[in-house]
Write a protein that binds this ligand. Sequence first.
Ligand SMILES: [Zn+2]
Ligand SMILES: [Zn+2]
Length: 460
Amino acid sequence: MNLSTRKVVPTPAHLVELERLGDEIAKLSAHLDAATARLLDLIREFDARGGWGNGFASCAAWLTWRIGLDPGAARERVRVARALGSLPRLAQALAHGELSYSKVRALTRVATPETEERLLEVGRAGTAEHVERIVRGWRRVDRIVEARESTRRHRSRTLHVCQDEDGMVVIRGRLEPEAGAVLMKALEAGREALDQRRRDVPAETPPDGLPRTGLIIADDPPTLGQQQADALALIVETALHHGIDPGAPGERYQVVVHVDAQVLADADAPGQSVLEAGTRVSAETSQRLACDASRVVMRHDPAGRVTDVGARTRTIPPALRRALQHRDRGCRFPGCRLPFGQGHHIRHWANGGPTTLSNLAMLCRRHHRAVHEEGYQVERQPDGELRFRRPDGQLLSQVPPPATVPTDPVETLRAQNYARGLHIDAQTSRPAWFGECLDLGYAIDVLHPLVASLRDAPAT
Ligand SMILES: [Zn+2]
Ligand SMILES: [Zn+2]
């Protein structure tokens, strides 16, 4: 009997049966959406409280590892979970099974607390496809508005430098957000460096060998404004001293650390680790920095005079590093997929660990720090596999075992939803749409709050 060509004339009993099946699908889907809302609540709380910080780069990376979502879906869950935190109406509609996750996902891309109510109506009235199209149209308007806004901001960038009557130089300006972020970061670094210098200089020593006069009240700690001013001067001097070219990112962040041989071999040994700028770093940090670095060995006599300077060598020669990259293809920490990283000596070379493939593992910067400074451990098993442990000694598996599911998960889900006071039936998530054609232009015109402003302002 060929089922595909056989003409089925549905009997009334058949129709009733199919209707019941359809209702069952709609009902269970609404239950799943309600459960998804609960899941997103948990993700939002876990994310906000930094639950993923025990070795993962982000909440999404943790979800990928722990519950097996693909990275794109994991990022999307986190995005939607965060967005729903400030969109209570959409969150509630999902929690009551009235809007599907697909609709809520689309709506959270554009919704703000001000437009949420209107978009909720769109979600209730339309099918998922309508919602998707309206959101796309909405984003087009947002993008036009944004582009105008960013052009306006870019044009308004300015920096005035002029001299005041008393000879002080006055600075006033507006920077674009990226440039401003770099400036603030540099100021912070400058303040830290100056602060470190101040702490290193004993109180009796006048700064920079200046003679002390009775007029200088040297003990007053500088105000934040004064610190910022000093930091800016330091940044400017440094920039002119080192040439204005920022160089390649690798060079920009290169760190030179002077470290006693005993400290490299044993973090508890007396000795010192000092960054070239004079900042002290922990023994663990210097071990990490030395793990994969250029190395110049200098020998000192007991008086501290340098007696011998060796040639600069890479702790991991380029050919071996290529082999390592080829074998590990990125960070090996469980759940991390970063495709690049640093070579970590499982047994540190300063402790006599060999620089061989079997003693090396590739780790991203974040996870290299985790094993050196945060107590995570890694060892290579006799079969060649790596084993990672948390600081408390617990094994960190590459793929965690799935959670145990009750024998009848659907019944459990329903019972839980009813216990939460949810009344879900086959009509709960049905759109109010009756088959009319969607007039997208009109819909965006009446829905989007900024359309009017686009009509009024001439295009720039
Ligand atoms: Zn290392
Ligand atoms: Zn990593």
